[in-house]
Design a protein around this ligand. Structure first.
Ligand code: 13P
Length: 261
């Protein structure tokens, strides 16, 4: 089964509405439409509405960085799924490592957000990844198992078809330290095998699993060449439209390439 790659730019806490518009206008001028992949931008909440309007005529998807599981209510500072959808969002991150480590999102909270996203027809991107300390203590697999089992608790195989997983080793985020292609491939293959054990071979073969952590135009092609890597979740290098477009072009330059390595 061939999985359609997804290349996503997580802007984190960057870009005002005007800056988002400037980015999108420049990015759309590159016409990445020719590539056989899905492209997604994930601006901060305050830029979603403007970004959604700028993307209306394009095939680029819009996503949010987080959401609250409740539909509405006394949750100061929070944003609901419906609010995201009113801005044309179709994806939402769940459990990004910065949400886990800076804001204290537990696996239980991540699961509540993921379930609420699914019930509201938003496609959640479940982010998982180990810290350097956990990798060095040989705990990568057990940490990932906990994050996967917790994040996907009570998610049916039918619903799983709408989920994307992003493997982002915490030690590679914003550090310039990318996982080697082998580390990324091996860990993502482990995640895929976990899906097969918990769900089915069909679910595992269909699951899009992205790599994130210091992806840039220079390493995008070799990461994407790995058999289990289905795209990228990019932070810093997605803030510049030229660099984001270059990453897409590099990653997708594998198409029709006999010897991608
Ligand atoms: P960097 O690409 O800046 O390492 O960030 C990765 C990330 O956290 C994307 O969600």
């Amino acid at each position: 089964m061939s999985r359609r790659p997804l290349i996503a730019g997580n802007w984190k806490m960057h870009k005002t509405p005007q800056e988002a518009q400037d980015f999108i206008e420049r990015f759309l001028s590159f016409s990445c439409d020719g590539f056989d992949c899905d492209v997604l931008v994930i601006p901060p909440f305050t830029s979603l509405d403007r970004a959604g309007k700028c993307l209306l005529e394009s095939s680029v998807f819009l996503g949010a960085q987080d959401m609250h599981p409740a539909a509405s209510g006394a949750y100061t500072g929070a944003i609901s799924a419906n609010m995201l959808k009113s801005c044309q969002c179709s994806f939402v991150l769940a459990g990004h490592s910065e949400r886990r480590h800076v804001f204290g999102d537990t696996n239980v909270v991540v699961n509540e957000k993921l379930q609420a996203a699914l019930s509201n027809d938003l496609r959640p991107i479940l982010c998982v990844g180990e810290t350097l300390e956990e990798r060095e203590a040989d705990r990568t697999e057990s940490v990932l198992e906990e994050q996967l089992a917790g994040g996907l608790k009570d998610v049916s195989e039918l619903d799983l078809a709408h989920v994307v997983i992003a493997y982002e080793p915490v030690w590679a985020i914003g550090t310039g330290k990318t996982a080697t292609t082998e580390q990324a491939q091996d860990t993502i293959a482990f995640i895929r095998a976990w899906i097969e054990t918990r769900y089915s071979e069909t679910a595992s073969e269909a699951m899009r699993i992205l790599y994130g952590g210091s992806v840039n135009p220079a390493n995008a092609k070799s990461l994407q060449a790995q058999p289990d890597i289905d795209g990228a979740l990019i932070g810093g290098a997605s803030l510049d439209p030229d660099s984001f477009a270059q990453i897409i072009a590099e990653a997708m330059s594998l198409q029709g390439d006999d010897d991608p390595c």
